[in-house]
Write a protein that binds this ligand. Structure first.
Ligand code: S3P
Length: 171
């Protein structure tokens, strides 16, 4: 694939199940830039899973570690960075992303998020109750903030190539 020069990192934001990791990997191929998943980096740094960090240390500690990992990644070479759904909600993390990167919100509707998150069970926020209710409430609180991202792309059901192409065109 042709490598486009991107002066800054491209940070994918959006809710759990929006397809940040999947689209991020494909964008990395399309743009010839490395792909990094912030949650995976956090797990490597902590030596345990996101779920375990939530259980052992609580969400506030996770958010703190998440911000540090993202700030470190933004300091490096331009890359495609998928962030966990809560990262852009933290004012300090959001400020770092807005200052050092181009942000892209992958917007998805509730049905799609429920469908995409139903297969795996590794998300501490969705294990607390009914996933549809939880995701619905997160849409209400988070979508106004995700709307501050530089680019908004609708993540729809179907071939990912379409979503990837729309993102490439928008960048
Ligand atoms: C979270 C999303 C998760 C992970 C953690 C918290 C959130 O990442 O960071 O479980 O607050 O929305 P994904 O969006 O990649 O599932």
């Amino acid at each position: 694939a042709a490598a486009l020069p991107l002066p800054r990192a491209l940070v994918l934001v959006g809710l759990m199940g929006a397809g940040k990791s999947c689209i991020g990997r494909r964008l990395s191929d399309a743009l010839g830039l490395p792909f990094v998943d912030a949650d995976t980096e956090i797990e490597t740094a902590a030596g345990c899973t996101v779920q375990e960090i939530f259980e052992r240390h609580g969400e506030a500690a996770f958010r703190d570690g998440e911000r540090k990992v993202i700030e470190r990644l933004l300091d490096g070479q331009p890359q495609i960075l998928a962030t966990g759904g809560g990262a852009f909600m933290d004012p300090r993390t959001r400020e770092s992303i807005r200052r050092h990167a181009t942000s892209l919100w992958l917007r998805a509707d509730l049905d799609l998020l429920v469908k995409r998150t139903s297969r795996r069970n590794h998300r501490p926020l969705l294990n607390k109750g009914n996933p549809r209710q939880i995701l619905g409430a997160l849409i209400d609180t988070r979508y106004p903030v995700y709307g501050e991202a530089d680019i908004v792309i609708d993540s729809v059901d179907g071939p990912v190539e379409k979503t990837v192409q729309r993102a490439v065109d928008a960048i």
